[in-house]
Design a protein around this ligand. Structure first.
Ligand SMILES: [Zn+2]
Length: 329
């Protein structure tokens, strides 16, 4: 990976990470991943990423706007912004990369000698995360899912008590009314696992879905970034935030939080986002318009909680996730 930006320079630079990608059409070609570095002397160090999954747009939109609006004289420290982290997926509007089928948010810590998606993960984990104290990685449900917007934080089971307490304290102050907390052993997988390995404060969340752009979700991401910059001391934002109710703290209580289609057909949901359900409640049913004499197959929840995510397209294959729950922490 060859950056065209100087990570140590003050000012505002908008450039590229050049990832060599030699193919028949372009023997010496590079994939140009957009990156901005906005810096003003010493101070807190941030990494903000969108487009980790290419069909999730709220982060891509909010971070593109941030690159255009944030000026170095408004901050202390350094803000590194990648609005289209898995660029091939982002320009294709797909979850995974069309170049190598890679799902960037499943391949951390990546591989410097792997195909493009694995190289991007490696660069984030070994070059970008060690430069920062705080990462914000903004997701949504993509083409197949719709999320009720929520903020999230991840920390490792063996993180210091101070790191855990601060993660929890800060994630509650970011202006998003629902907060998902993940505490676990880091493992190969998602970007927050990489952040745990590097001891970086990890924030993120799901801000919409259906491969659309949620204006409410974009507004949340913009507000989260504004508050993170203030809380960590990069800006003196004098506008005091109005008193807000404490967000509800949620967690995913295990595999039974997820509901899967038992058959191929058309899934008809029986619940709405935000609905509280109990074990055994009806999640929906699979209908068979191709065989209308066949009775529908009911699909039941296997746990109790709040519906935070639903499948978007009607057509399902056996094993498609049709909903998932979260429970109070
Ligand atoms: Zn995602």
């Amino acid at each position: 990976m060859i950056p065209t930006v100087d990570f140590e320079a003050d000012g505002k630079q908008i450039g590229w990470l050049r990832l060599p990608h030699s193919v028949t059409r372009s023997a010496y070609g590079v994939i140009q991943i957009p990156i901005a570095v906005i810096q003003n002397g010493p101070g807190p160090q941030f990494l903000f990423t969108g487009g980790n999954h290419g069909d999730e747009y709220e982060g891509q939109v909010a971070l593109t706007r941030l690159i255009q609006s944030l000026e170095p004289d408004r901050i202390r420290g350094r803000v590194i912004i990648l609005p289209a982290l898995n660029l091939p997926a982002a320009v294709a509007g797909t979850r995974v990369s069309p170049l190598d089928g890679g799902n960037l948010n499943r391949v951390f810590p990546g591989d410097p000698n792997g195909t493009p998606t694995w190289q991007i993960a490696h660069y984030v984990e070994e070059h970008l995360l060690p430069m920062v104290e705080v990462v914000g990685d903004f997701h949504a449900g993509g083409a197949s899912l719709e999320y009720r917007p929520h903020m999230s934080t991840h920390f490792a089971t063996d993180a210091s008590p101070e790191h855990k307490a601060l993660s929890l304290e800060i994630v509650k102050k970011l202006g998003v009314p629902h907060v998902m907390v993940f505490e676990r052993e880091p493992k190969p997988g998602v970007l927050p696992d990489a952040a745990m390995r590097k001891g970086v404060f990890s924030f993120g969340g799901e801000f919409g879905g259906t491969a659309g752009v949620s204006t409410c979700g974009v507004a949340y991401v913009e507000e989260v970034i504004r508050r993170l910059l203030t809380i960590f001391g990069a800006t003196d934002d004098s506008a005091s935030d109005p008193a807000e109710p404490e967000p509800d703290l949620l967690h995913i209580f295990g595999p039974k939080a997820y509901v899967y289609a038992p058959e191929a057909g058309v899934f008809v949901p029986a619940t709405e986002l935000s609905q509280q359900v109990e074990l055994g409640d009806l999640c929906g049913e699979v209908l068979f318009p191709d065989n209308p004499a066949r009775p529908p197959v009911p699909v039941l929840f296997e746990g109790a909680g709040v519906v935070v995510c639903r499948r978007h397209p009607g057509r399902v294959e056996r094993g498609d996730c049709v909903a998932h729950l979260a429970a109070n922490r």
